[in-house]
Design a protein around this ligand. Structure first.
Ligand code: TXA
Ligand code: MG
Length: 363
C-alpha cells in the first residue's frame, strides 16, 4: 500500500454529476474515515485530504506528495464549532476575519490545541485553518466527522492543480481516490494570514487582498516578497511555516515584468537569442502581448494564452494549467509575461509567476 516500497495504490476516480453526488460523497467520506487519502476540488485549487487528527492518515499525505516533513499542513473545517476543537486563544480579530471572509479563500493561522498532531502542524505550535467555499469539501469534512488536512493535491514542487486531470498526472497510484468536480474556480491557493502575531502577517497572497483584510482588522504586515518570505524583523521563528519553495516547473521559466511595450520588446529579443542557440521556447502570454509579439512569426514552439492583461482573475484561473501544459512539451525554456494588472488577483498572480521563475527581468 505504500509508495516508498514501490507498491502502487489503486486510485479510484469519481466524476461527480448531479445524479451521483450523494453516492460519491458517501464513498469518499468512508475512505477518509478509515484513514485514507482523497483529492477533491475546492474553490481555490484541488486539495489532497486526510483525517487531520490521525497521524497515520496525515503521514500518507506527506508520502504521496513527497512533501518535506516539517512543512505544515492546513486544516479544512465545516463549521465555526470545529475551530474550538483544533485552536485556542483565538483573537477577536481572527473571529472578525471568519465573519467577513468565510467560507472562502482565506487560511487563518491560529494557536493549535494538543489534539492536532505534530505531524499535521510541522511541529509548530500553530495551525492554518480554512472553511472552503465549495460544497464538496464542506460535505466531506462534515461526513468524515473530522477536520481534513488538505494541502494542494500536487507532487511537492509542482504547480498546484486546478483540474482533476492535474491531480491524476501527479498522484495516480499514490492516493486512494480522486473526486473530479470540474475546474477550480479561482485557480490560485488561498491567502494565508498569521493571527498569532500582532500586527498579523500575510504569509501568502491570494484572492483576499491586503486592503480587504485591513478594512476588517486594521494594520497587517506583508510577510512575502518576490515569492519568498521577507527577512522580517520581529518575525524570525515563524518562517518555519514558509521556508519551502513552491511551483517550479521542470522547464526553466524566465519572467519579464514591466510596461507592455517594453515587455513585448524584451520577449522578442529573448526569443531571438534562444533561437540562435537552437533552444525550444514556450510562451505564456497575455493576449495583448501575444498581439504585439506576433507569436507565429517568431517560431516559438508553443504559446499558452492567459487572457487579457486587464483581467488577472482569468489569468489566475489558467496559470497553473498553462505552466503544466508547457512543461509537458519538452521545451528548453518558458518565457512568461509579467505585465498583468495588479488589481484584484493580480498581486497573487505575479507572486506565483515570480515563484515559478528562475530568472526575472524588470523592463
Ligand atoms: O487554497 C488553499 O489553501 C489550498 C486548498 C486545497 O485548500 N491548500 C493549500 O495548502 O494551498 P498548502 O499546504 O499547499 O498551503 C498551506 C500554506 C502553506 O504555505 C503552509 O506553509 C502554510 O499554509 N501554513 C500552514 N500552517 C502554518 C503555520 N502554522 N504557520 C505558518 N504557515 C502555515
Ligand atoms: Mg501547495
Amino acid at each position: 500500500m505504500n509508495v516508498e516500497n514501490g507498491n502502487m495504490i489503486k486510485t479510484r476516480f469519481f466524476r461527480v454529476s448531479e445524479n451521483n453526488l450523494e453516492d460519491v460523497l458517501n464513498e469518499a467520506a468512508a475512505i477518509l474515515r478509515s484513514g485514507g487519502t482523497v483529492a477533491f476540488p475546492t474553490e481555490t485549487v484541488y486539495g489532497l485530504g486526510a483525517d487531520g487528527l490521525n497521524p497515520q492518515a496525515v503521514g500518507k499525505i506527506f508520502e504521496a506528495k513527497e512533501r518535506p516533513p516539517g512543512n505544515p499542513l492546513s486544516l479544512l473545517v465545516h463549521s465555526r464549532e470545529d475551530i474550538e476543537i483544533i485552536a485556542r486563544n483565538i483573537p477577536e480579530k481572527a473571529l472578525r476575519l471568519m465573519d467577513a471572509f468565510w467560507p472562502g479563500p482565506l487560511t487563518i493561522v491560529l494557536e493549535k490545541n494538543d489534539i492536532v498532531p505534530g505531524i499535521t502542524s510541522g511541529n509548530l505550535p500553530s495551525i492554518g485553518v480554512r472553511m472552503p467555499d465549495h460544497r464538496i469539501p464542506l460535505e466531506l469534512v462534515k461526513r468524515a466527522g473530522t477536520p481534513l488536512a488538505a494541502p494542494s493535491a500536487n507532487l511537492s514542487g509542482k504547480p498546484s492543480p486546478s483540474l482533476a486531470a492535474h491531480v491524476a498526472d501527479d498522484l495516480t497510484g499514490r492516493i486512494d481516490a480522486i473526486v473530479d468536480g470540474g475546474e477550480a474556480d479561482i485557480g490560485l491557493e488561498s491567502t494565508v494570514i498569521d493571527m498569532t502575531v500582532e500586527p498579523p502577517v500575510v504569509l501568502r497572497p491570494g484572492a483576499v487582498g491586503i486592503e480587504e483584510l485591513e478594512k476588517v482588522i486594521g494594520k497587517v504586515r506583508s510577510g512575502y516578497k518576490d515569492g519568498k518570505i521577507e527577512d522580517n524583523e520581529g518575525y524570525p521563528d515563524k518562517q518555519a511555516g514558509q521556508k519551502y519553495g513552491h511551483y517550479t516547473p521542470d522547464t526553466r521559466v524566465v519572467l519579464v515584468e514591466g510596461k507592455s511595450k517594453f515587455v513585448s520588446e524584451k520577449i522578442v529579443e529573448l526569443l531571438g537569442s534562444y533561437r540562435r542557440r537552437e533552444e525550444k521556447v514556450g510562451l505564456l502570454l497575455s493576449e495583448e502581448i501575444a498581439d504585439l509579439v506576433a507569436v507565429e512569426t517568431l517560431g516559438a514552439e508553443k504559446c499558452f494564452l492567459l487572457g487579457s492583461r486587464e483581467k488577472p482573475e482569468v489569468a489566475a484561473k489558467k496559470l497553473f494549467e498553462g505552466l503544466r501544459d508547457l512543461d509537458k512539451k519538452g521545451l528548453d525554456v518558458i518565457v512568461a509575461d509579467g505585465s498583468f494588472s495588479c488589481s484584484g488577483l493580480g498581486d497573487a498572480l505575479i507572486n506565483r509567476l515570480r515563484e515559478a521563475s528562475s530568472l526575472r527581468f524588470d523592463v
